[in-house]
Each structure stands twice: as structure tokens, then as C-alpha cells.
Design a protein around this ligand. Structure first.
Ligand code: FMN
Length: 203
């Protein structure tokens, strides 16, 4: 509970939305939302966003859906080949780029500054980067890249959460990974597989 409270405090600080309740109870619930089949029927790409920030709860749940820990043994909402857990999410908010520390359920500042424009041309309050630790998982000898599969699983989890929550999102393959990695000063082992713009739909 303490860790989630920290997450909410960081989120509140960086998004400018209401802070966590005084008792620190996280508004994230691991139940609720829209029935899965309804969320699947609503899943779609929406490319135009309102400027409003996500609430603490929405950001928290979005990240947890993407690759959060969902069992006491530390495993995630996404499966990973050989349980390598090579996939992480970086969140780009107006104040900075933050690692989502899934086991601790908190955001850790990576670099201050607004890097959202470099993640895609879409004007959204939140951008997610799906990044692989290439030292944890290599492509198979016959060339199959399960790291990209993991990024896709996390992105689809996030997209289904968006559908359930009435949020807009677009997956973005059209960005410059080298330029974005350089701007963020990411260590070489991290590969940005995909980005996603998220926010309230413009209409
Ligand atoms: C891996 C991947 C990369 C994508 N990259 C982009 C992109 O760079 N720009 C964009 O506008 N849409 C992008 N999209 C969204 C697709 O264009 C969109 O999913 C497709 O048109 C089908 O629409 P739907 O998602 O509403 O079903 C991407 C989707 C995927 C799965």
C-alpha cells in the first residue's frame, strides 16, 4: 500500500491532478472495468486527444494493465518467453520520462523534460514507450524476436484498458528509435519497440 501511495504521489506531482487520498488507499482496483468482450468490441485506434491529463487512477491502472505484477510470485499481466520479463514501460509526461517500476508499483524519474513530441506526432497527454532489455532476451537462432511479441502483448493490454476506460490510444511504429533513445540517454541495451499515445478522445 505504501508503494502504491508513492506511485500516486509521483503521479500527482507530475500530472498536476488531484493527489492521493490522505489514507494512501490506491484507487486502483484489480477488478471492475468493462466486461472483456465489450472492451474488445470497443477497441480501436483514435488519433485525436483532449489535452486533459489522465487521473492518478487511470495512469496507475493503465501501467498495471500494460505490464504490472498480478501475482504474489512477481509474474505479470503479460507472459514472457522463459519468464525473462525483459519488457518495461517508460511513461512520458509533461515533466519527464519515468520508468514504471512494476514490482514496486511506482514511477521512477529517468530524465526531466518533455519528450512526448519525440515519441510521435500525436498530441497526447501521455506517451508510453514499450522497451526491451536486450540483455535479458535475444532473438531465437532462427530469427524470431519474442521481445517484440512481449511489447505487442503489453500494448494490447494497455489498449484494452483504454477501451474499457473510454480513453483514446494509438500504437505508433512511426517514430525514430535512435533519436528518441539518444534524447532520453537510454543505455544501449534498451530497445524501444513501440510507442503509444494515450488520452481522452477529442470527440
Ligand atoms: C505495430 C503497430 C504500429 C502502428 N503504427 C502506427 C503509426 O505509426 N501511426 C499511426 O497512425 N497508426 C499506427 N498504428 C495503428 C494502425 O494504423 C491501426 O491499428 C490500423 O489502422 C487499424 O485500425 P484499428 O486499430 O482502429 O483497428 C500501428 C498499429 C500497430 C499494431
Amino acid at each position: 500500500m505504501k508503494k502504491l501511495f508513492l506511485l500516486l504521489c509521483v503521479c500527482a506531482a507530475v500530472t498536476g491532478v488531484a493527489s492521493a487520498p490522505a489514507d494512501g488507499l490506491p484507487p486502483q482496483a484489480k477488478r471492475g472495468g468493462m466486461p472483456l468482450l465489450e472492451a474488445l468490441s470497443r477497441r480501436r485506434t483514435i488519433r485525436e486527444f483532449r489535452p486533459d491529463a489522465l487521473t492518478d487512477r487511470q495512469l496507475n491502472e493503465l501501467l498495471w494493465a500494460a505490464c504490472g505484477v498480478n501475482r504474489p510470485d512477481g509474474k505479470r499481466t503479460i507472459p514472457t518467453a522463459m519468464n525473462r520479463q525483459d519488457l518495461s514501460v517508460i511513461v512520458l509526461l509533461p515533466a519527464g520520462a519515468y520508468w514504471y517500476d512494476a514490482p514496486a508499483a511506482k514511477l521512477v524519474l529517468h530524465k526531466a523534460g518533455d519528450f512526448r513530441p519525440q515519441a510521435s506526432r500525436f498530441d497526447a497527454p501521455v506517451k508510453l514507450l514499450f522497451v526491451s532489455d536486450t540483455e535479458k532476451l535475444k532473438p531465437t537462432p532462427d530469427g524470431r524476436d519474442f521481445a517484440a511479441v512481449h511489447a505487442g502483448a503489453a500494448a494490447q493490454n494497455a489498449a484494452l484498458y483504454c477501451a474499457s476506460e473510454g480513453l483514446a490510444n494509438v500504437w505508433v511504429g512511426g517514430f525514430d528509435p535512435a533519436a528518441l533513445s539518444q534524447a532520453l540517454e537510454l543505455p544501449a541495451k534498451w530497445k524501444i519497440q513501440l510507442t503509444m499515445a494515450v488520452g481522452l478522445p477529442a470527440k
